[in-house]
Write a protein that binds this ligand. Structure first.
Ligand SMILES: [Zn+2]
Length: 248
């Protein structure tokens, strides 16, 4: 099966894994949390902060009262900031983990009956979640690949808000969306990105076109479900979609 799509993540990302395992409250979902620790914390009430000109991570961490300071802020947002913590672009949306003890909004959808969720793309599953192999920095595949040719319509799986959209390094052009239930969906290797950070989307809405950008051996959609916006907090995407009534 040499046609199987593969991609790799830089080894340096591995270190972010443990730090990114904080999770939002899972409402009625009973998903397997796969990870080094599997830690499950209560909803810490994350908020979004838009980077302004002149901001530094340290400054933002202090003004937003981030537990763990700028390092934690960087870990939580590495996927949108990139490899250089000192380079943050005005307009970037950062996820700010709630300081312990705060009780900001918890907008978990209680309806998990299956309505309102769709497949991200019409295509068959190639490389499955948790396939093991040396080509993945975490030691296993953190998403599910749908084998589709470049230019296939990619849809938001849930109502949600775009957390980031643009260059995702090894993931190529990618979109991360905060879904209605508080989980995050990631759509990678896109040829075209049709949404921008902060935008609200509805389930089934086209958000971009599939492609082969980033580290790939062929066109496919790499699709992840995460408990945070960051790499390393992945759960099984197929189990997640099925728990929402999507047939795969
Ligand atoms: Zn993949």
């Amino acid at each position: 099966m040499s046609a199987q799509a593969k991609h790799r993540r830089p080894k340096t990302r591995r270190a972010t894994r443990a730090a990114a395992l904080a999770t939002v409250g899972g409402a009625a979902l009973a998903l397997p949390l796969i990870g080094a620790t599997g830690a499950q914390a209560a909803d810490s009430g994350t908020t979004t902060y838009t980077v302004k000109s002149g901001d530094t991570l340290a400054k933002i961490a202090q003004s937003q009262g981030v537990d763990g300071g700028w390092k934690q802020l960087y870990q939580d947002n590495k996927s949108v900031i990139g490899a250089n913590a000192s380079l943050i672009t005005p307009g970037t949306e950062l996820t700010v983990g709630g300081a312990s003890g705060t009780s900001t909004t918890a907008t978990q959808a209680s309806d998990t009956s299956g309505s309102g969720y769709v497949k991200p793309v019409e295509g068959s599953i190639g490389t499955q979640y948790h396939s093991s192999g040396a080509m993945w920095s975490s030691g296993y595949h953190t998403g599910t690949d749908f084998i589709v040719s470049t230019g296939t319509s990619v849809k938001a799986v849930s109502n949600g808000t775009v957390v980031s959209a643009g260059d995702g390094g090894a993931y190529g052009n990618q979109i991360v969306i905060k879904n209605a239930d508080g989980y995050y969906s990631q759509y990678a290797h896109l040829s075209s990105v049709g949404v921008s950070a902060g935008q609200t989307v509805t389930a089934g809405q086209q958000i971009g076109l599939s492609g082969a950008t980033g580290n790939v051996t062929g066109p496919h959609l790499h699709f992840e479900i995460r408990t945070t916006a960051s790499y390393g907090s992945d759960v099984d995407p197929v189990a997640y979609l099925r728990s929402h009534g999507v047939t795969l």
